[in-house]
Design a protein around this ligand. Structure first.
Ligand SMILES: NC(=O)c1ccc[n+]([C@@H]2O[C@H](COP(=O)([O-])OP(=O)(O)OC[C@H]3O[C@@H](n4cnc5c(N)ncnc54)[C@H](OP(=O)(O)O)[C@@H]3O)[C@@H](O)[C@H]2O)c1
Length: 256
């Protein structure tokens, strides 16, 4: 039996990368989707790709910044305060400079998106899940939540914060039929590096050159596997890297 059929899933950051791949994966399982991101055109593209493959999918697009103060009331009205699955995915890294050389504006954007908005979304949705007696939350962490690397002070700090928050959440929801899970990828070839290097395509391409990175679909497949476990099983966390990556700072690149 398909365990995910007719479940409602809220996916943040569904306009590209991992979130988009997850939207397609959950559509293939018959979920009803609430897809959130800022770029309306890209979100509509996700919707089109889903409907081309799975025409009966129910999709609501939410064009919004995760930090918009009006978002909680918008989501409450749209979902009727019922969300079965939260894929708390929207996030970013900005810049790769040393602490004293990096921009405070970039720090604020990373802390706001990766920490504040991520935590607030759980604060919003968790009471709905507790009331309905069931729910699944997957937080997007990173290997940067487990390791640190020079040039990544604030990004690493935000993902360490996600890891700590997720662990506390798991303790607090124990026995309440809420499965709190986390996935921590290494290098995934998405728009992540393009965003980090602010549109500098050559710096972004260099990140994945002469090695085989993960793709959004790899992460979506793993998250879908987590969700499809029997209800008494929680996969607490998946840490996953490309075979060509040993740690955030160790990458095997084939010479050309
Ligand atoms: N790629 C990697 O190597 C990697 C590794 C480990 C962890 N991660 C984590 O995976 C998650 C997804 O990243 P990705 O690799 O799929 O990158 P991506 O392709 O750049 O996707 C990021 C998504 O987040 C959305 N987003 C960013 N800021 C937002 C905001 N303020 N409000 C609403 N939506 C926002 C973007 O949509 P809009 O721009 O349209 O708003 C986009 O859909 C992030 O949390 C990232 O930290 C990525």
């Amino acid at each position: 039996m398909n365990k995910l059929q007719n479940k409602s899933a809220l996916i943040t950051g569904a306009s590209s990368g991992i979130g988009k791949a997850m939207a397609l994966s959950l559509a293939s399982r018959g979920c009803n989707l609430y897809l959130l991101a800022r770029r309306e055109g890209m979100l509509k593209l996700t919707e089109k790709e889903i409907l081309d493959l799975y025409p009966t999918t129910k999709i609501h697009l939410i064009v919004s910044d995760v930090l918009d103060p009006a978002l909680p009331s918008k989501l409450a009205a749209l979902t009727g305060e019922k969300v079965d699955i939260l894929i708390n995915n929207a996030g970013l890294a900005l810049g790769k400079d040393r602490v004293e050389e990096s921009s405070l504006q970039d720090w604020d954007a990373m802390i706001g998106t990766n920490i504040t908005a991520n935590f607030r979304l759980v604060h919003l949705v968790l009471p709905w899940m507790l009331k309905s007696g069931e729910g699944d939350i997957i937080n997007l962490c990173s290997v940067a939540g487990h390791y640190t690397y020079s040039g990544g002070a604030v990004y690493c700090a935000t993902k360490h914060a996600v890891k700590a928050f997720t662990r506390v959440l798991r303790e607090e929801t124990c026995g309440k039929n809420i499965r709190v899970m986390q996935i921590s990828p290494g290098m995934v070839d998405t728009e992540f590096s393009k965003v980090r290097f602010k549109g500098d395509e050559s710096s972004a391409d260099a990140v994945y050159s002469h090695m085989t990175p993960l793709h959004g679909e790899d992460i979506a497949r793993m998250m879908t596997f987590m969700l499809e476990q029997p209800r008494h099983v929680v996969i607490d966390e998946i840490i996953t890297m490309p075979t060509d990556q040993g740690s955030p700072t160790t990458v095997s690149r084939k010479s050309v």
